[in-house]
Design a binder for this molecule. Structure first.
Ligand code: ZN
Length: 401
């Protein structure tokens, strides 16, 4: 379908219903101009809201148990116990990361995700096998979703010798970023891990996206070390930190200078707002300080947690809910993290709802963006580059083999 006109929908931020004309995968006209455009098909979208495609900025597609039988959660509470449990379970199940990632991706597309950044385990056990599987899925699903891959040293770098070489090899094979994880708490050598991964990022000109579960002052020290290296190597705007639980625990005297540095160095912060028993970054405070925020699913039905559904509109709801937001500005801030925030981290070209933007769109029954977050209603229609890829919650893609 080359020419499409969506009629009577509201665009996020524009209270008046309008028409959108789509041609060649892009929005080519709005309003009266769109009405004048030829269209081989029209969609009556009265009462619906148009959002830009949802962006899952932090997923683990290679490790999901999605589509498998229910797996009761068995892991202990520490990160090290969860890593060991995961290796044991996945070794036993012998699942294909290519198949599992395609299964979950299909579900995510049905929920309106048009862009995803997935972390992919790299380490001595699987070496680059998961990466190769995800590259296969990325190519197979290219028409429905744009995917970035982060080579992720889940088991650490210092405590698993050879991992840095694998990360380096992963970049040469085409990953978009490399990861890191708890340089003090897991690796026991913060400088060792950070110097290693920053050296690769600098040498290979790739991005960095680190997991940081470290709590309190330990986490704050690691963020300071990440800032030091970002600054020294001129990697401003190319580094992201996921979780950063410690930012939810620090007193203002410690938090404020850290936020100032994160904003100055344009280091993005991802939170999926775990809520409950876990601290997480104070979203509104970070936004006010100018820190770039985004969100993602994190693990979806895997050995780390049976929770999470891969639905980014539901995630925006959880970010708002767990942050205690009730005002429209708060709800829209959460939705911004699930859209423009992730798109900026992924450098998604021509993302948005204006003329000239890629027609990556989601239609939902809602009066405004705040209602879309509060109700996170079913996705009526999902478009990727102007092509309908999901309708009424069902992905129009071939089933995963
Ligand atoms: Zn993660």
């Amino acid at each position: 379908m080359n020419e499409l006109r969506i009629e009577g929908a509201r665009r996020w931020g524009d209270p008046a219903p309008t028409a959108l004309a789509i041609r060649g995968g892009r929005i080519v006209a709005l309003g009266a101009d769109a009405d004048a455009q030829p269209a081989s098909a029209t969609i009556d979208a009265r009462g619906q809201l148009v959002l830009p495609g949802l962006v899952d900025g932090h997923a683990h597609l290679d490790k999901t148990l999605w589509g498998e039988r229910w797996h009761p959660h068995q892991a202990g509470p520490t990160i090290a116990e969860r890593i060991d449990n995961e290796r044991r379970v996945l070794r036993g199940l012998k699942l294909s990361a290519a198949r599992q990632s395609a299964r979950l991706l299909r579900h995510m597309v049905a929920r309106g995700t048009t862009h995803v950044r997935t972390h992919v385990d790299v380490g001595p056990e699987m070496r680059l096998a998961h990466l190769h599987d995800l590259m296969h899925t990325r190519a197979a699903c290219a028409g429905a979703v744009d995917m970035q891959i982060v080579a992720f040293p889940q088991g650490g770098v210092v405590r698993q010798p050879g991992t840095l070489d694998l990360l380096d090899a992963a970049v040469r094979e085409g990953t978009d970023a490399i990861g890191g994880i708890d340089p003090s708490a897991l690796d026991g050598d913060a400088a060792g891990q950070l110097d290693g991964i920053f050296a690769i990022a600098s040498r290979r000109d790739c991005e960095l996206d680190l997991h940081l579960h470290e709590r309190g002052e330990q986490g704050a020290r690691s963020i300071g070390m990440i800032c030091d290296r970002t600054q020294a190597l001129g990697l401003n705007g190319r580094v992201a930190i996921g979780h950063a639980f410690c930012l939810g625990e620090l007193p203002p005297a410690a938090l404020d200078p850290l936020l100032e540095r994160l904003a100055m160095l344009d280091i993005a912060v991802m939170t999926h707002a775990p809520g409950g028993y876990m601290p997480f970054p104070p979203v509104r405070r970070l936004a006010e300080a100018g820190v770039h925020l985004f969100t993602g699913s994190d693990g979806v039905r895997d050995t780390w947690t049976p929770m999470n559904t891969g639905d980014l509109l539901e995630r925006a709801y959880l970010v708002a809910y767990n942050s205690g937001f009730r005002d429209d500005a708060g709800l829209e801030l959460a939705l911004g993290m699930a859209t423009w925030g992730g798109a900026r981290v992924m450098r998604a070209p021509d993302y948005g709802l204006d003329v000239g933007c890629c027609a990556d769109l989601v239609l939902v029954e809602a009066e405004c963006a705040a209602e879309a977050v509060a109700a996170h209603p079913p996705r009526r229609l999902v478009l990727k580059r102007g092509r309908i890829v999901a309708r009424d919650g069902v992905a129009l893609l071939p089933a995963a083999a």
